[in-house]
Each structure stands twice: as structure tokens, then as C-alpha cells.
Design a protein. Structure first.
Length: 746
């Protein structure tokens, strides 16, 4: 089964997704998190117990070390995250933003670290909480009203409450990183057909850091220049002036593609061949071509002919979020609309997959008629995004990334709707309602009826299943509310109805800043939230929460180590009933990742064949690519009962996890029909409209499972169970109930 679901990619255009938070971060700061050093919170600084209290670039402001250090992170960006420099317990937490919010941590040896002048503190933090090293504290803020930009005041004190200048001196020295020189001719090097760019992960400055392929966001860590050296070229990063370098393994067969300081070595020399629109990069080391590796997350060297080697395009570096004019002419808007339709026709296997051709043309005609006069960007964007309801789950105009007016509003200190929400049965509820009796329904916001809000927001994205559409809206509600409907603060008047009594109330409440909005969102790709394990030895039950399918090398290693530890614990405790929860898994990597889970379970050998139908630009006929799926028999893994919990939020590559369980019969599937379908449109290169600069994605491949593949149906459960989404986790009583239902279902 080695090739199963290689193409099922996460909808969240890290994507999405990166999912919720990544898309939001792209909105707020296109190059946020592009560090000039790679001093991550997982590695202590040399000769110090502490880490940098940020991850990115920072300027150390003048001042005496006896008063701590003042950092200006990411040029003073208000979205710059402040991270815990060391694991500790919160002993001071003051959210008074007017005076500058403060958090203080006490460490095991009696020392303390303080984070002052915060613009906002993460909403999830409370007094007495333990924060791990690298955990989110909040966001930097202003020293006072006269300060031109945001900063962090960071202090370390010993157990006698004296400022620890030695530790601070180490941190200040390491933070003093010079800005690298910029190149005048920079390009994004883009892989075909995925549309992903060669990327330095997190803007790392480490020599030997393996490079990856990542969604194009025009950060400097995705910009490269070509330096001519004789008959060859060096490929130099705009971000840190390091060169793309080949590192051969011991066998000289497998190569890693990394960054290194510029030096005299064949490992940094490339022959560049042109094939019309495409380029090939051939290493001088062994004459092999640089091509995307499996899953389009890494790169490799491989012997290839000219056609298969030429898979790269070089696009001039630009700020894809820049728009030169506030108002667009009818000619410009119609040209953009035509470009969108042309891209769909050239790249999508079936642009009418979720509608009829007649309905599609009617909706396009409505947009065309509505742009007969000059319009501000916001108005044109609002009209274009209504076409999303016609598309599949991976084809869309992203409502967050493209909301430039929302980004401007946030940067100017604008306030957003102060609550997270839930959507159930076409109604809007405050998210803190935990059961039917306490549900509080939102009837209107700023005099706009909730039904009208949901109707318009529901058109921003169509993820094939309503639950996924609702999830997208409610996860980004405050931003989408402003970006699409222009409902903004500083004050919000909203009418509510108490579900139990039917009593109505009108509430007027001040909005919250973008920092607080972000800190209130779940950090979907947080290292500690990707997958979790809990065991109940007395009941012989274990639960693995598999919340995302990692898409990069680090995430895959994390998952592998996590699974090894989890199954070792189950073996030691003699656990006989295992639940694997993918009910909130929105997708990510393909079979290489999922096989880590399969190979921990005893199962029989299985063989079947899926099919990919790929659309190549300029070709009318789809390429049919059979994909043989197989798994070898496993006899040394877990041999107890296995149950998979899925839901309408199980999407993309996670559907493949459920498909294997369903087809193999290894365990019973419990829950709801998956949000992702058994015939899914996948791969989604990013495109950009020429005049408005709106970003959009278009799927170019249809993937079909061999058993009952349907574009309108997901994997059906063996044991139907309604999932309570108000609970962040399944508890022991839930699992015991599932166990009874599963055992009773033949």
C-alpha cells in the first residue's frame, strides 16, 4: 500500500492551512516567522539554560542589561509571537493592555523570566499553568503611546531576585545578527505541477538545513538568485546568502538538498537548461537532475531525461500581497475573471464537477454584470469569491489570504468580533455553549441578521461537505466577518436567544485585537497538538488522537517517535482496545505518513488499485495513472481490537486512513461519514490574477478509490455515531460507549 493517497494534500494552504492559523498568519504578515537564525525553542542557547524568547529576526534595542533586554521582533510587527524562554509556572499574569500586559514564569531552580509590554497574552494561559519552552506567551506590544513600534521587554532574575546579566549577555550576543545583503534579481523557483517553491524552513540560518518545497508566499526565504561561475551557476538565497548544496550519502546514491555558506565546491554548482517555459537544474556532482521527491515536500537528485528533469519555473520575486491601485477598472476586472475561467479550463479535470455547465455560466455571468463600473478592491473581491460555491474542496479563492483590507485594518489596531462561534444546522451559536440547554444563538451582529451572514459567508468556500465549510467559517469568523461583509468594531452589538428559555438579549461589547483573536484560535500545527496519546489501564483502553498528517520531514519523524512510544506503552500495560481518533484530521501528507500507523498494527496483506486522472495544461484528454496499493502482512504489531473514530471533519489524506481501515477490515469505523470524498479532486497549485493580484488554487488531479468512488460521498462508518464537537477530546465514558456499540455491531 506504499503509494496510497500520495496526492491527497491538506486543503489548508499552509497552507490552509498551512489550515487555520497558517492562513491567518499569511494574512497578517506574508513573511512572518522567516527567521534569520535557527535558534528554535527546542534547543537551548550555548552555555545557557534559556532559549530566545522569539522565533524570527529581532533587533536588540539599546539599554542596560541590569534592566533586562528590549527586543524589536520582526521589525516591530504586532503579530510577532513572544515565546517562553524556558519551561516554567506562571506566577504573574496581567492582561492590562493599556499599561502593557505582563507574564512572569518561575522555573524549577527558583529563577524567573518576565515578558513585559505585551500587546496581548495568549487567551489559553492562566495563573498556575505550566508553559513549556517555546510555548506561546503572547504578542509584543508598545512600550508607551509615544513608541513608534512594538517591542518586548525581557528579563531573567536569579532566585535572589537579582537580574541575571550573564544569561542576558549570552542571549543579547546571539540575537545580534546582521541583516544579509539582498540580491537585485531574485526568483521563486516553483515546482510543476504542484506550484510549491524551494523554501528554507522557518527561515533557518543553519548550515546543513534541508530545504523543502512549500506553498508560495513570497517570503525572502523563498527568493533565490543565480550567480554565474564559468559554465555553471550557484543558487543563492536572498534571505541569508547561503547556497543550495548537494550532500551525498555514504553510498553516493541518495542526496540531501541543503543550504551551506558559499564556498568553492562542485556541490554548489548547477547546469541550468531551458525547455521553453521550464528549467532543469543539473548537479555538477553526479550529473543528476533536481526534482521534487515523493509528496512534493522534499527534493532529490535523480537521473532523468530532459522532459522529466524540466519541472521548474522561475518567477520574479514580488510582493504578492501588493496592489498598486485601490480601484479597478471594468476592463481589468473582466480580464481577471476571464483569467480565472481560463485557468480552470486548462488545469481542472472537470470544472463542472459540482454544478452544471449552465449553472456555472449563469453564476459567472452574474459576476460579469456586476463589474460594469470601477470598483474598489474589496468590492471586486467580494464578487469574485462568490464563485467558490461552484468549486471542489481544494479549488478556491482563499477568503483569508486575499483580505488585504482586513490586514490593513488589523495593522491599524482595528477590533474584531470578540467571540468564537459554532455553526449547527444553519444557525450561529456562541462557542462557549457546551450543551443543548445552555446554547446561546446569535440572531444578528451590528443589525445584520445571522441568516444573511451565514448565507454570504457560506459562499466563501465549498469543501464538498457542509461540516468542512462550517468549520472554515467558524474557525476564522472574526476575520471573514470583516473581510467579506465589512462588519467591524470597535463596538459590536449582537442579539442573542437563550436556547432553554427562548429569552432574547441585546449585548454591546468592545471588539478584540488581532493578537487576541489569533491567541484564541487553536494552533492547529502546534507541536503538542498534532497527535496525543492517553491510556486507561484499568479499562484496557488507549486513545491515539491523530489530528493531522504531517507534511514535512520533521513532522514525519515526530509522528514515528510518537507512535513507537505509544505502542510500547500499550504493550507494557497489556492494552486490548485501541481507539484512533481522526475526527478532527483535516489531511496533510499521504501514504508515507499513514503507513507509519498501519505498520504498527497486525494485519493481512492487502492489494488493490486506485486511479489518478491528471489534467495537463493545453491537453484535452486526461492522463490516466493507475496507482497500485498494497500492504505486506504484519505479524509483530498490535494484535488487540482497533476502532477508528471519524467525522465530517475528516478530510483529504485522513480519508485515506479511514479507507484502509474500511477496506482491510482490520478494525471498525465509528462516527460519521467523512467530509472528504472517495473520489476527490487533489493537488492545488497556487495562481494569481494579473490585475487584482488575488490568489487562488485550482485542483489538477482526480483521485478515485477502487471501492464505490463517488465525488458526493465519503467513507461511511461501520457504526454510525453522532460526534459532539463541543468536546475538545473524547473522554473515557465516550470510549466505553463506543466500545459497547462497536461490539454489538456485527
Amino acid at each position: 500500500m506504499k503509494n496510497l493517497r500520495k496526492t491527497l494534500s491538506c486543503k489548508r494552504t499552509k497552507k490552509q492551512m498551512l489550515v487555520i492559523l497558517t492562513s491567518v498568519m499569511l494574512l497578517m504578515a506574508p513573511v512572518m516567522g522567516q527567521a534569520q537564525t535557527d535558534l528554535s525553542a527546542n534547543k537551548p542557547l550555548p552555555a545557557s539554560k534559556y532559549h530566545l524568547p522569539y522565533f524570527g529576526k529581532a533587533k536588540v534595542l539599546p539599554g542596560s542589561l541590569s534592566d533586562g533586554i528590549r527586543f524589536r521582533i520582526d521589525d516591530g510587527a504586532f503579530t510577532a509571537e513572544v515565546l517562553s524562554a524556558r519551561e516554567g509556572v506562571i506566577t504573574v499574569l496581567n492582561r492590562n493592555e493599556k499599561e502593557g500586559a505582563v507574564v512572569e514564569l518561575k522555573h524549577t531552580d527558583g529563577e524567573t523570566s518576565q515578558y513585559a509590554h505585551l500587546g496581548a497574552i495568549a487567551l489559553s494561559l492562566h495563573l498556575g499553568d505550566t508553559v513549556k519552552a517555546g510555548g506561546l506567551i503572547g504578542f509584543q506590544g508598545k512600550l508607551n503611546s509615544d513608541d513608534p513600534s512594538n517591542q518586548l521587554h525581557f528579563t531573567i532574575r536569579d532566585k535572589n531576585n537579582r537580574c541575571d546579566t550573564m544569561q542576558l549577555r549570552i542571549i543579547r550576543k546571539i540575537s545580534s545578527v546582521k541583516e544579509p545583503a539582498k540580491s537585485s534579481e531574485n526568483y521563486s523557483i516553483v515546482a510543476f505541477p504542484s506550484g510549491k517553491c524551494i523554501d528554507i524552513p522557518n527561515g533557518s540560518g543553519l548550515n546543513g538545513r534541508e530545504l523543502i518545497l512549500y506553498a508560495r508566499n513570497e517570503g525572502p526565504n523563498q527568493h533565490w538568485s543565480l550567480k554565474k561561475e564559468g559554465d555553471y551557476y550557484k543558487i543563492i538565497s536572498e534571505h541569508n546568502r547561503k547556497a543550495i548544496t548537494v550532500v551525498l550519502g555514504e553510498s553516493s546514491k541518495k542526496a540531501m538538498i541543503v543550504q551551506e555558506d558559499i564556498k568553492e565546491t562542485d556541490a554548489q554548482l548547477w547546469t541550468v537548461k531551458e525547455f521553453g517555459y521550464f528549467r532543469a537544474f543539473i548537479s555538477k556532482v553526479n550529473g543528476q537532475a533536481l526534482i521534487p521527491a515523493t509528496g512534493d515536500t522534499l527534493m532529490q537528485l535523480k537521473q532523468a531525461d530532459d522532459h522529466t528533469a524540466g519541472v521548474w519555473t522561475m518567477k520574479p520575486a514580488e510582493n504578492i500581497f501588493a496592489i498598486n491601485k485601490e480601484t479597478l477598472t471594468p476592463t481589468e476586472m473582466k480580464a481577471d475573471l476571464d483569467e480565472l475561467i481560463k485557468t480552470l479550463a486548462n488545469n481542472h479535470p472537470d470544472m463542472y464537477a459540482y454544478t452544471t455547465k449552465e449553472k456555472f455560466n449563469q453564476e459567472v455571468a452574474k459576476v460579469r454584470q456586476s463589474i460594469s463600473q470601477p470598483l474598489p478592491y474589496r468590492e471586486f473581491f467580494s464578487r469574485m469569491i462568490r464563485l467558490n460555491k461552484l468549486f471542489d474542496g481544494h479549488t478556491n479563492i482563499n477568503p483569508i489570504v486575499n483580505s488585504r483590507q482586513t490586514m490593513s485594518y488589523a495593522k491599524s489596531g482595528g477590533l474584531f468580533f470578540p467571540h468564537q462561534v459554532r455553526i449547527e444546522n444553519g444557525k450561529l451559536f456562541l462557542s462557549f455553549s457546551r450543551n443543548d440547554s445552555s446554547k446561546i444563538e446569535i440572531l444578528s451582529i451590528n443589525q445584520v441578521p445571522a441568516g444573511q451572514i451565514l448565507s454570504q459567508l457560506g459562499q466563501t468556500t465549498n469543501y464538498e461537505k457542509q461540516k468542512m465549510n462550517d468549520w472554515n467559517v467558524q474557525s476564522n469568523f472574526g476575520l471573514i466577518l470583516h473581510g467579506i461583509l465589512n462588519i467591524q468594531g470597535p463596538w459590536f452589538e449582537y442579539e442573542t436567544r437563550w436556547n432553554q428559555s427562548g429569552m432574547k438579549a441585546n449585548t454591546t461589547e468592545q471588539g478584540i485585537t488581532a493578537q487576541n483573536l489569533l491567541s484564541g484560535n487553536s494552533r492547529y500545527y502546534d507541536r503538542n497538538e498534532k497527535f496525543q496519546y492517553r491510556s486507561f489501564e484499568k479499562e484496557s483502553i488507549a486513545l491515539i488522537e491523530y489530528n493531522t498528517c504531517p507534511m514535512n520531514e520533521e513532522g514525519i519523524k515526530d509522528l514515528d517517535a510518537f507512535l513507537v512510544n505509544s505502542f510500547n506503552d500499550m504493550k507494557e500495560k497489556g492494552i486490548r482496545n485501541l481507539f484512533i481518533d481522526v475526527s478532527r484530521n483535516g489531511g496533510g501528507g499521504g501514504d508515507e505518513v499513514n503507513s507509519l500507523l498501519y505498520n504498527k498494527l497486525n494485519h493481512q496483506a492487502r492489494n488493490w488499485q486506485s486511479v489518478m486522472y491528471k489534467k495537463m495544461p493545453g491537453q484535452t484528454k486526461l492522463d490516466t495513472v493507475p496507482v497500485h496499493q498494497c500492504t505486506n502482512i504484519i505479524t509483530d504489531g498490535y494484535d488487540g481490537k482497533v476502532y477508528l473514530i471519524q467525522s465530517g471533519y475528516t478530510y483529504s489524506a485522513a480519508v485515506g486512513v479511514a479507507a484502509w481501515f474500511k477496506f482491510s477490515g482490520r478494525g471498525k469505523v465509528i462516527g460519521e461519514e467523512t467530509g472528504g470524498t472517495t473520489a476527490a479532486y487533489v493537488y492545488a497549485p497556487v495562481h494569481q490574477l494579473p490585475n487584482s493580484k488575488i490568489l487562488y488554487q485550482v485542483s489538477n488531479t482526480l483521485w478515485k478509490f477502487p471501492f464505490g468512488a463517488r465525488k458526493d460521498q465519503g467513507i461511511l462508518p461501520d457504526v454510525p455515531v453522532s460526534i459532539d464537537y463541543s468536546k475538545p477530546h473524547f473522554e473515557l465514558n465516550d470510549l466505553k460507549e463506543f466500545l459497547i456499540k462497536g461490539d454489538n455491531r456485527n
